[in-house]
Design a protein around this ligand. Sequence first.
Ligand SMILES: Cc1cc2nc3c(=O)[nH]c(=O)nc-3n(C[C@H](O)[C@H](O)[C@H](O)COP(=O)(O)O)c2cc1C
Length: 186
Amino acid sequence: MEALDALNTRRSPSKFAEPAPDDAALQSILGAAMHAPDHGKLKPWRFIVLRGDARHRFGDVMAEAMKKREPDAPENMLGREREKPLRAPLIVVLSAAIQESHKIPVIEQMLAAGAAAQNIMVAAHAMGYGAAWKTGAPAYDDSVKTALGLTPQDAIIGFMYLGTPAVMPQAMAQPDPSTFIRNWPG
Ligand SMILES: Cc1cc2nc3c(=O)[nH]c(=O)nc-3n(C[C@H](O)[C@H](O)[C@H](O)COP(=O)(O)O)c2cc1C
């Protein structure tokens, strides 16, 4: 697929099916992430791969973390949280190993990892897979980070859901880019 086509046609599937990218396909997708712009060549991105049963175990972690955050959360809410990682056959947790006192500002380290996330989305799409970028409270929860072997200083940039698109969202007209543009000084 041409690069511009991939950029202009990428959407997040509303539902995923098997197959997920296999190890070789995932290698290509994460290879694209390595080409993200990266101030200071810090390569802040890290990838934790969750396949198969690991998603069930991660669902337990998500539900436990929700229970700690919201002790009164009803069982059905906890159940929904537990099921979330099962929405796609493969999840890549993309974190950034933040160096707080580095001359490259933290926000730029986060942006580089975010650019890696976008490369993952577009590369997956170009290869015929679907990807969805999710965060929510678990991304900012230290107990989730700890369970994944991360430290509280690490930033979870996204839970990258990957698989074969099963249901795509309705087509959405995108605004004309000129809406967002102005010339300076006018
Ligand atoms: C940093 C970041 C976090 C996101 N977190 C979520 C999320 O937790 N849940 C969700 O439904 N969408 C989330 N999204 C948005 C979706 O990934 C998706 O891009 C958006 O709904 C637009 O759909 P599209 O990708 O088909 O254009 C997030 C996007 C970004 C950039």
